[in-house]
Design a protein around this ligand. Sequence first.
Ligand code: PLP
Length: 444
Amino acid sequence: MEESYLIKPMLDANYPVIDYGKGVYLYDLDGKKYLDASSGAVTANIGHGVEEIIEAMNAQAKRVSFVYRSQFTSEAAEKLAAKIAEMTMGDLNWSFFVNSGSEATETAMKIAIQYWQEKGIKTKTKVLSRWVSYHGITLGALSLSGHAGRRARFIPLLQDFPVIHPPYCYRCPYNLEAPGCEYLCAGELETVINRVGANNIAAFIAEPVIGAAGAAIAPPQGYFHKIKEICERNEILFIADEVMTGFGRTGKVLSMEHWGVIPDIVALGKGMGAGYASIAAALVSDHVMEPILNGSKIVMSGHTLSANPQTCAVSLAVLEYLEKNEIIKEVESKGYYLRNQLEKLKNEFEIIGDIRGKGLLLGIEFVQNRERKVPFPRNMQLTKELVELAQRNGLLIYPAGAGIDGIHGDAVIISPPLTITKREMEELTRLLRKTLQDFIEANL
Ligand code: PLP
C-alpha cells in the first residue's frame, strides 16, 4: 500500500497488512505467519476465524443489524443479558451494553454515583482507584487510571482519582511479603477514605489482575477480601474492572471468583466480543439497581450503538462457544503449563526478573540486575525493541508497563487465545527464546 491516510498508533511505523486469521495464527498479505501470543490486546480469546461466530454474525445481519435502544429491544440483546446473568456470580444480573471497555468503566462509575443519588446522598461522587492501573482512554476512564504515560498529555482535564498502591508484590513499597504484610497496600484505602470522607466517595475500582499498566500483576490471596471489607464498612461500592480478565482469561468467568469476592458492579469488554464485535458492558447487581428501579427508573448514560442486535448476537455466540467447548475449564492447567515454560526461560535469561499472572494472563518483567531488581534505562526502550523483534520472528506479544508507576520499567504480557494447544505453547516458547537471544546478541 503506497499512500495511507489512516491514523495509526505510530504514524511512521511500517505495519504489515493483515490478510486473514485462523486459530492462534494471523497471516499478512506477504504470506508471513504470526503466532498471536497476546490475542491482540488480550481480546481474541477464542482465536481467529471461528466459523460458528461468523455464521451467527451473518444470520443476525440478515435479520436486522441495528435498532435504536430507546425504540426497541431485540432477541439478541435480551438473550445476551440473560446469558451473562446466568454465567456470572452473585446477584450480578443487569447488563448495560456499550461499545468499548472505556465506556464500560465510565458507565460503571456513573451508575455508582447515580446509586447514591437515588438514595438521596448527593455528595458521594468520587471514585477511588490505584496508582498502576488502566481503566480506559476516554477522559473519565483515564481519570480513574494510574498510568503515567497515557495520562501525561491530559492531566489538566483529569480528576485526581488514583490514590493507593497496587499489590505489586515484586516491588512491595513496604518491603514485606504476603500474607505477613497484612495487605498494608489494601489498608491504604481506609486511610484515604478517612482523609477524603466516606460521604464524598461513591466507589473504589480495581482490576482483579492488573493488565496494561502492570503486566499481569495478580494480588495475593487475602487482598480483595480486605478491600471488600473496607468498602462495605465505609459504604462505598466496589467496581471490578474485568474488561481484560472477564470471560475466562484467568480460568473463571469473572476473575473475582478466584477470591470469592462479589463486586457491586463489573466492567466487561474485550473477551466479551473476542474481537468479533465491538461490545462491552457494565454489569450491575440487583442491590445497586434497586434504588434506581424504585427511583428515577432511568440510567443516565448510553451510546447510539448500545445494545445493537448485531454485536449482541456475536457476543452471545462467543459466550455459547466458550461454554459448549468447555474452554474456561482448561485455562488454569494451560496457564500452569505455559508459566512453567516461561520459568524455564527465566533460568536461561538473566534479564528476566519476574514471571507472574493468573491463568492465561501472564507477564514477564525485565531487569538489568535480577538481585537488586534494577530496571533498564528508559532510553534503551527494551520493551519496544523486544516486541518488534518478536514480530519479526512471527510472534505477537503485548507491551505493558512494568507496574513501577504505570510507565517506567519493561514488561510484556503473554496472553494467547484460550484455545491454544500444548504444541502451540511450545512453539510460542521457542519463538520467545529466539527473540530473547536475538535481543541479547544485538544489545548486551
Ligand atoms: N479496562 C481494562 C482493565 C483494560 O485493560 C482496558 C483496555 O486495555 C480498558 C478498560 C479499556 O478498554 P477499551 O480499550 O476497549 O476502551
